[in-house]
Write a new protein. Sequence first.
Length: 126
Amino acid sequence: MKAKSPSSIDEYIAGFPPAVQKSLRKLRTLVREVAPEAEEVLKYRIPTFVLGRNLVHFTAFERHIGFYPTPSAIEAFKTELKDFVHAKGSVQFPLSKPIPLDLVKAMIQFCVKEVREHAAKRTKKK
């Protein structure tokens, strides 16, 4: 029988061990602080914040928290991300270490700025 997909971010987070839940809640709180107007949804069965378009996603795995900003955010912070496994649009934060919340906050701020600039350009074209 197939496992039931979570219907909310709260339900998603509740499906993990307490220490992982704590890390996921910290990320959620941080996104809410930086982008309070972002809508919380589940996309691709993972927590996603939308601000006109996808802002960031995050998820948990056996050994790390996956954080998915835009590829441009990964590029902009590649020096700061040098000690973490990362790819074009993702970064892995090991569960064995604290999440670098200041770095994540800066990346979220970058993504919010990028979304707002994109929206402003679209408004000017109309």
